[in-house]
Write a protein that binds this ligand. Structure first.
Ligand SMILES: C[S@@+](CC[C@H](N)C(=O)[O-])C[C@H]1O[C@@H](n2cnc3c(N)ncnc32)[C@H](O)[C@@H]1O
Length: 189
């Protein structure tokens, strides 16, 4: 499967896949919070073929939520509540058409998810919820379970300033290694 994605650049995708492959040697499953149409999810599923790791993907499947004051940016006016709407069924059908094992697909707002909705241990997490509360809630959900690399998309995207605010708050008092690559922050590589 080749790269095709209007949300994540080709070089970012290559980096995501490189780091995901590195986590194949680790313990735990793979999660993507904010899967939208499943473009990155399909590539992750391809990378996981033949392994025992399970892919879990999450989305409201109702599009973006409301922004908070922390997300306000003149550059980000096109990111509105309800944008990026896709149905769970469409995403499921894409996996079936591609012939990949179906991931666990959960439809929920991130603040409705509980511990039980996530795998016991997480080897790789890709967080792509665009807004402050979405990223804050995603980090909270995975923090006790992560046992590998976290990638947060849009950390350096000036149109989505809430992402950096949520990550920087979460990083306070955490002894983790971080680096950035294009718009993304990579934690624990
Ligand atoms: C930029 S898109 C994700 C793109 C996808 N990761 C990819 O690589 O193609 C952001 C997605 O996050 C979802 N999302 C954002 N905040 C959310 C929240 N709080 N709860 C559930 N889904 C959320 C939106 O519905 C949207 O589909």
């Amino acid at each position: 499967m080749t790269w095709k994605n209007d949300q994540v650049s080709e070089v970012e995708t290559e980096k995501i896949l490189e780091l995901a492959r590195k986590c194949l040697a680790g313990t735990g499953d793979f999660v993507e919070l904010g899967c939208y149409k499943g473009d990155t999810s399909l590539l992750l599923a391809e990378a996981l073929q033949g392994s025992d790791h399970i892919l879990y993907i999450y989305d409201s499947f109702e599009g973006l939520p409301e922004k908070s004051a922390k997300d306000e940016s003149a550059l980000g006016e096109n990111f509105k509540s309800g944008e990026l709407f896709v149905t769970k069924r469409e995403v499921k059908e894409r996996f079936l058409r591609a012939g990949y094992k179906l991931p666990v697909i959960k439809k929920a707002w991130f603040n409705e998810l509980t511990d039980a909705d996530l795998p016991e241990r997480i080897a790789f997490a890709f967080l792509d919820g665009d807004f402050y509360e979405s990223i804050r809630d995603s980090l909270k959900l995975i923090e006790k379970k992560i046992n590998g690399i976290i990638i947060v998309h849009d950390y350096l995207n000036p149109a989505l300033p809430g992402v950096k605010k949520a990550v920087d708050e979460w990083l306070i008092n955490k002894q983790v290694k971080t680096s950035t690559f294009q718009s993304m922050i990579i934690i624990n590589d």
